[in-house]
Design a binder for this molecule. Structure first.
Ligand code: NAG
Ligand code: NAG
Ligand code: NAG
Length: 221
């Protein structure tokens, strides 16, 4: 029975996993944008050792649906942002870390999304950690799969997770109710038992006491 409980908890946690995470959480990597609207391409790389000074530059690449190769579309350095590809001309804005060379959030924003923006996006963090005597370079890369649709629809994943949430909540309630009934029965059974035992004990005590009295009376005579 305990294992069912744990399973339910596990299921409810997996459906909330994006909200459970801390401040520097991974964005969903499977996303949907709507034609004509804006869309934020999320990309985070949380730094582990914040005491080390670091600088980072960011590059974004794009592989259109049906294409084979990635093309560079965006660069962000201390010099500022650059749009590298004419398909995205005037359509990309920086949504990442501001006023910092140590970028941890490299998100960009696509304006006026078109159907041709469907594809795979990849961001690269090139981070240089400055230790006292040497520099250390790390490269972190994240992938976002973007699907562009004409009109907003709810993804099946979100519907499934909502249904799962209700199933889980109802399941937990039923479980709690069963547990309560079970416990109530157990407690009341134990209570009766205790009462019976107490009554027995009292009866025995009285009985032995009266026996003692009798014995005393006999001795006294
Ligand atoms: C991202 O950039 C767009 C366009 O500049 C802006 O409208 C939007 O508010 C920004 N979002 C965040 C979270 O910074
Ligand atoms: C985006 O769409 C708006 C409204 O349709 C238009 O005014 C604007 O010029 C477009 N921007 C770009 C960069 O295409
Ligand atoms: C999408 O790409 C096709 C083929 O490259 C091109 O003919 C079309 O004009 C593009 N559409 C938009 C909205 O950019």
């Amino acid at each position: 029975m305990a294992s069912i409980h744990i399973l339910l908890l596990f299921l409810s946690c997996t459906s909330f996993v994006y909200r459970c995470d801390g401040a520097c959480a991974e964005p969903e990597s499977d996303t949907q944008a709507v034609v004509g609207r804006g869309f934020k391409l999320g990309c985070l790389s949380c730094k582990r050792r914040s005491e080390v000074k670091a600088t980072a530059t960011v590059e974004w690449y794009f592989k259109a649906k049906g294409e084979v190769d990635f093309v560079q579309i965006y660069t962000y350095t201390e010099m500022g942002p650059t749009i590298e590809n004419e398909h995205f001309l005037d359509r990309l804005d920086w949504n990442g870390s501001k006023r910092s060379n140590d970028i941890q959030d490299a998100s960009i924003y696509i304006l006026n999304v078109t159907l041709n923006d469907t594809g795979t996006y990849r961001c690269f963090f090139n981070r240089i950690l400055n230790y006292d005597n040497y520099e250390y370079t790390t490269v972190v890369s994240k992938v976002v799969y973007l699907t562009v649709v004409e009109k907003a629809t709810r993804g099946t994943a979100s519907i499934v997770s909502e249904v799962m949430m209700y199933v889980t909540i109802i399941g937990l309630q039923v479980w709690l109710l069963i547990e309560m009934i079970y416990c109530y029965r157990k407690i009341s059974a134990a209570g009766e038992e205790a009462l019976r035992e107490a009554a027995n004990a009292e009866y025995l005590a009285i009985a032995s006491e009266s026996k003692d009295n009798c014995a005393g009376a006999q001795v006294g005579e």
